[in-house]
Write a protein that binds this ligand. Sequence first.
Ligand SMILES: Nc1ncnc2c1ncn2[C@@H]1O[C@H](COP(=O)(O)OP(=O)(O)O)[C@@H](O)[C@H]1O
Ligand SMILES: [Mg+2]
Length: 248
Amino acid sequence: MTENGLVVSHVYKSYGAINVINDLSFTVKEHSITALVGPNGAGKTTVFNLITGTDPLDSGMVSWKGTVLTGLKPYVIARHGVARTYQDLRLFGSMTVRENVQVVMETSFKDGFGHRKKMIRERTDSILKSVGLLGVGSRRVEELSYAEKKFLSLARLLATTADLLLLDEPASGLDSTSQGDFVTFVRSLPTHAKTVCLVEHNLELVRNLAEEVIFMDSGYALRKGRPEDIMKDPELGAIYFGGVHEDE
Ligand SMILES: Nc1ncnc2c1ncn2[C@@H]1O[C@H](COP(=O)(O)OP(=O)(O)O)[C@@H](O)[C@H]1O
Ligand SMILES: [Mg+2]
């Protein structure tokens, strides 16, 4: 496989008798922003679990920049540059903001020279600045607002050297000001050589951000295309807004 970017090819996954992912294929171009949308239970988070190796897939193939990830352990997949956020954030609540970033960096940023501490401090500052958290670096995470925690989970991705960032509902629960900050931040990622695949329910936000949208339902990729084309499709609208939409 020599294809660039993220390739998800004919992937299947069942939990017991339930087929959660069915012949799912899509690609994400390097240095682009792609959104996975679809009703709750469509299988979006499962796709991230399969890409990162948290869950093994039943059949099919996943590759990133030409390296087949299928069957590799999660930490090996992470070393190939794949990182994600979680819907439930998974931060270290009793540690400071700064420590939450540094703990990721310690393992991924191997410098080995004398100025390591200083470099880590400077890099942490620059990452916290980019997500607007420099001023709260010494606060404990449990004291942060919800929006600050969401931005910290993004900061932690930047602290790794990962170049494929999988964001699971990163903007859910953000007020409109924070959503604006979020859009600005994510838009800047491709210019820093990052590739973004995000799950997002807010279609206005998706329209502002994504170059391509994959619309999923029941584990199938029903449509792929530009946000404006996907969103005017009445069939998809009925699927998306027809069912009961519960917040997770
Ligand atoms: N580990 C698991 N065991 C059993 N069922 C699961 C597991 N993970 C996900 N599912 C099921 O797979 C379906 C898709 O879930 P998920 O990927 O979380 O959907 P989405 O993120 O699109 O809301 C749901 O019906 C969910 O209950
Ligand atoms: Mg989900």
